[in-house]
Write a protein that binds this ligand. Structure first.
Ligand code: X2X
Length: 338
């Protein structure tokens, strides 16, 4: 109590006489760490709802020191651009499909091998277990840090504006948009289709202007991205399970004090688990909703599609590309694929 009789006003005046930077280097309400979290999904997708919730909890849990602003809908750029920004440090957090990440971390695509995971009962133990640990290790080698829980994108289904895809033969010459990743292009070429790599932020218009006749995505993305407005048919193929790694730039991550890192990862991981539940619930309800919105559903026989991939040499080709470690980690989770 150096100045017990000084009024607030006098204290403020005394403070004002000092250079402001000597008192504090930022406005009273600004956080010590102000970070951006980019993603490619619509604001209505559960990934964004849960990311926003996590940001609020992280701010509380760090007493305001860490503030994370979520930018949905590729507002900061396409996935390809945002990956560059993440690497340079212009963006601090980013959710990205392991397959797209494979342009930097080749074996991060391993979960995308066609028809590898029978169901979610195989997906989560693998991605939260040995397979996920393997991939996170690969990611770390490239200057990025992945939170321990991947988020769900979902099992992917094929949509089209021109005709329903019923059999693998229907994919012959089919102009399909795929995300920018060699595994996606390779897999649809193996089906005999004509894939074009397009970032998600351009998919709606690519379908609307018929640059492509179809695309493939999970129900939650087809719905939140309003792709039903520009597509007529949906074939239930479940040809691939896809998830999002929540990535941080390693330098940015390590600049956070360890206690803040604990809070950030804890809240992000909890949000990721909640998002998985949200997507699972949507899987149960969206079929009806999307039908009501005009999409015509077709069931397909996954064994025929898988056999077509096998016949085209897809599994042996990608086994060789991924190499023995990644392939063993995948087969350890799902059994033999070739
Ligand atoms: O680009 C896509 O199709 C999406 C939204 O599923 C991914 O992020 C891989």
């Amino acid at each position: 109590m150096a100045h017990p009789v000084l009024s607030r006003r006098a204290l403020a005046a005394a403070g004002a006489a000092l250079p402001l930077v000597a008192i504090r280097s930022r406005p009273a309400d600004a956080a010590e760490f102000s970070y951006k979290f980019a993603n490619n999904l619509a604001i209505t997708h559960p990934l964004n709802t849960r990311a926003q919730e996590a940001a609020t909890k992280i701010k509380e849990g760090t007493s305001g020191r860490v503030e994370i602003a979520v930018f949905p809908n590729s507002q900061l750029g396409s996935d390809t651009d945002t990956l560059s920004q993440l690497r340079s440090g212009a963006v601090e957090f980013f959710t990205l499909s392991g397959l797209i990440l494979s342009t930097l971390v080749p074996n991060a695509a391993i979960n995308g091998v066609g028809f590898a995971f029978k169901d979610y009962g195989q997906v989560w133990p693998a991605m939260d277990g040995a397979l996920g640990t393997y991939v996170r290790g690969e990611i770390a080698k490239r200057g990025l840090y992945a939170m321990s829980k991947p988020w769900d994108n979902g099992y992917r289904q094929i949509t089209a504006s021109t005709k329903p895809i019923r059999t693998p033969e229907d994919l012959n010459g089919f102009k399909i948009r795929v995300p920018p990743a060699p595994l996606w292009t390779g897999m649809f070429k193996a089906f005999g289709a004509a894939p074009t790599s397009i970032n998600f932020n351009e998919v709606y218009s690519a379908l609307q202007t018929h640059i492509c006749d179809g695309q493939e995505n999970a129900l939650a993305v087809i719905d939140s991205g309003k792709l039903y407005e520009v597509q007529k048919y949906l074939s239930v193929t479940n040809h691939m399970w896809d998830g999002f790694w929540l990535l941080a730039n390693k330098r940015t991550w390590e600049a956070l004090p360890p206690d803040a890192r604990v809070v950030v990862e804890r809240e992000f991981d909890a949000a990721g688990l909640a998002e998985r539940q949200d997507v699972a619930k949507l899987n149960d309800t969206l079929q009806g909703l999307l039908k009501a919105r005009g999409l015509q559903f077709t069931d397909t026989d996954p064994t025929a599609f898988r056999a077509a991939l096998k016949k085209a040499g897809f599994y042996s080709e990608w086994r060789d590309k991924f190499g023995p470690d990644a392939w063993a980690a995948l087969e350890g989770a799902v059994g033999s694929l070739t």
